[in-house]
Write a protein that binds this ligand. Structure first.
Ligand SMILES: Nc1ncnc2c1ncn2[C@@H]1O[C@H](COP(=O)(O)OP(=O)(O)OP(=O)(O)O)[C@@H](O)[C@H]1O
Ligand SMILES: [Mg+2]
Length: 391
């Protein structure tokens, strides 16, 4: 009985909202409002969810246009989904979890449930749901936010998840850490093929990846398929997933290296090569329209102002306060506010300990030497060393 009453009351509130917002069409006798089909309270995640359909003749864009009325009535924490006739409205009474501890078992459960191939850990939502997405559908990620907002911690949870998910034969990493402070924990992990600490050291790694793109391109052509995942098993074995991870990529001042990086990222999807780039401020000079289109997934941690948040296309990131590290806005199809799982360096160290080997070699060089002709090509020794990565 109490439930029934609560539902009636909730129904009344939504009907009233349609009236205020003037959402509906004039029928012969009366004004027809959308029909409310379902009202569901979820006490676990503290949400109220309505499902309603628009009468024929109502422009569905009106719902977006009048979203502010829904916010005025139900508060800011709402989500409206739908396209033509059928919509759902979810009202969140719950808060974002204050802290989310990294837990691989929970993450693995979602990976298996959603059959994610290259799982990227994002965070927990207000509904308490752990959100991950598949990089095979959205290959390149840009993480940005002010110092101390949680970028590196997120990078750690993404990378250490992939290391636990795949063997060193199945997944390779090429990393760059120009701050020389965050990614050195990955040294000695066999999945990690190189870690560059200076922009110029990244050049041979990129050169290698470009050749790898070409090699894979030939394989796709020879086997008449459009994605490495479609290659015959014995060929696919030689095409591990490749993840390029660059912390503070704006520190690449060299235009050529930057261009090469972006070229690899833009071609990578079909070849199983993915990129994760992080930066503090989404700068206009780097995020040209092309680059933005290519880095289609964004994680916007705290930004200094609205302009920066808009530059990264995560409006709302400017409202995240300093004392909320790990909170961010994920821009992927739609905007979702999430809390990243927290993984500090000690915890990463503990996860990685069982993978580390003494035989590890950093396939990165402190300088690019010039060859006898004097042009700055990748020295042959680099090629040899990189070739044994492929073997
Ligand atoms: N998901 C999280 N939940 C709670 N606290 C977090 C989270 N991520 C980071 N923190 C806190 O914020 C601090 C800074 O995080 P982190 O080093 O990841 O920031 P950053 O964005 O990489 O900063 P910088 O730009 O200086 O490298 C951490 O030491 C930790 O105390
Ligand atoms: Mg950092």
């Amino acid at each position: 009985m109490r439930k029934w009453l609560a539902k009636q009351r909730a129904k009344g509130v939504l009907l009233n909202t349609f009236k205020i917002a003037e959402i509906g069409v004039q029928g012969r006798e009366r004004f027809i409002y959308p029909q409310i089909h379902d009202i569901a309270f979820n006490y676990d995640d503290k949400t109220l969810r309505y499902v309603f359909t628009l009468p024929n003749g109502v422009d569905p864009k009106l719902i977006r246009k009048k979203e502010y009325v829904f916010r005025q009535v139900f508060g800011k924490n709402i989500r409206i989904q739908g396209d033509l006739k059928r919509f759902s409205l979810t009202i969140f009474a719950g808060e974002l979890p204050k802290k989310v501890t990294y837990n691989y078992a929970d993450i693995l459960a979602v990976i298996k449930r959603d059959e994610l191939i290259v799982p990227i850990v994002a965070g927990r939502s207000r509904e308490g749901e752990l959100c991950l997405y598949d990089a095979t559908n959205a290959p390149n990620l840009l993480i940005f936010g002010e110092p101390g907002s949680g970028k590196s911690s997120t990078l750690h949870s993404i990378v250490s998840t992939l290391i636990q998910r795949y063997t060193a034969e199945e997944m390779h990493f090429y990393m760059a850490d120009f701050k020389m402070s965050e990614l050195n924990v990955y040294e000695q992990v066999p999945h990690v093929k190189s870690i560059s600490y200076l922009a110029k050291d990244l050049a041979p790694a990129l050169e290698h990846l470009k050749r790898e793109l070409e090699r894979r391109g030939e394989l796709l052509k020879a086997h008449k398929v459009r994605h490495v995942n479609k290659l015959p098993a014995e060929v696919k074995r030689d095409c591990p997933y490749i993840m390029l991870v660059i912390d503070e990529f704006v520190m690449i001042r060299d235009k050529e290296i930057m261009a090469q990086l972006l070229q690899i990222a833009s071609l990578g999807r079909a070849y199983g090569i993915y990129a994760i780039l992080s930066m503090q401020r989404p700068s206009h000079s780097i995020l040209s329209t092309d680059v933005r289109g290519m880095l289609s997934v964004r994680m916007g941690f705290r930004t200094v102002d609205l302009r920066n948040a808009l530059m990264g296309e995560t409006p709302g990131a400017e409202q995240i306060s300093k004392d909320q590290p790990g909170k961010f806005i994920l821009n992927r199809d739609e905007l979702t506010e999430l809390r990243a799982p927290y993984l500090d360096e000690d915890a990463v160290e503990r996860i990685l300990a069982k993978y580390k080997t003494d035989y590890w070699r950093n396939h990165s060089f402190s300088s690019m030497s010039t060859n006898s002709e004097g042009d700055t090509e990748v020295p042959t020794i680099t090629q040899e060393v990189f070739d044994d990565v492929i073997d």
